[in-house]
Design a protein around this ligand. Structure first.
Ligand code: PRP
Ligand code: URA
Length: 208
């Protein structure tokens, strides 16, 4: 279940973000804004319960989210995506998964994971701006599923068709959202046209 989230504001931000002249400070701000713009679509089908609701004038009925939301940024680049989600869902809990893609094998190498003890019963949203081969996304989803998560979804900024297919094969029931679906991967596993290395651009960890 893959969905690109289309909106003129997202398109404009993403076009400016892709440009190599967009430095780290501006890059972080633009990723944050795109993340916020994606939140309504990513959360559109969350379950709600009808509850009694008191106003200053009378008792009426309202709706509350049925399940608690858990945001899971994949370190490092997922951190850049997290703030825009937290801006609109400030009550969400945050778990972290550390995965580093091996530049030679392109396989994800896990180095950290911290989450609430019980994941069952939460709506879990995994955040990683780049969905390239899909190895990192599938590893993150598998670890969360193994830890008990029973409601998972995945959000990215830029996705490659190869990565979308990888998630759909491993987790056909998981909704996958992206602000853009790009063309393909190059021989080094980078997304084309893409935006380069998202972690390096967010945190300035490249040679000037
Ligand atoms: C990037 C990106 C994803 C992964 C995507 O992270 O943030 O996690 O690569 O590639 P894949 O779909 O082929 O697995 P990277 O491992 O470079 O780490 P970083 O965020 O620390 O830079
Ligand atoms: N990770 C990135 O940061 N960018 C890509 O294009 C692929 C993986």
């Amino acid at each position: 279940m893959f969905q690109t989230i289309e909106h003129p504001l997202i398109d404009d931000e993403l076009t400016r973000l892709r440009c190599p002249a967009c430095g780290s400070a501006e890059f972080r701000q633009r990723v944050r804004r795109i993340a916020s713009l994606m939140v309504p679509a990513v959360t559109a089908d969350l379950a709600t319960d009808v509850v009694s609701c008191e106003t200053p004038l009378e008792i009426t009925s309202g709706k509350r989210l049925r399940r608690r939301i858990l945001l899971v940024p994949v370190l490092r680049a997922g951190l850049g995506f997290l703030d825009g989600f937290l801006d609109l869902i400030p009550g969400a809990a945050v778990a972290h998964i550390g995965l580093a893609r091996n530049e030679r094998t392109l396989q994800p190498e896990p180095y950290y994971m911290k989450h609430p003890p019980v994941l069952k019963g939460r709506d879990v949203i995994v955040l990683d701006p780049m969905l390239a081969t899909g190895g990192s996304a599938v590893e993150a989803l598998r670890r969360l599923r193994d830890a008990g998560a029973d409601s998972l979804r995945f959000a990215s900024l830029v996705a490659a068709p190869e990565g979308v297919a990888e998630i759909e094969t491993a987790f056909p029931e998981v909704p996958v959202f992206s602000a853009a679906l790009d063309r393909c991967l190059n021989e080094k596993g980078y997304i084309l046209p893409g935006l380069g290395d998202a972690g390096d651009r967010l945190f300035g960890t490249f040679d000037d």
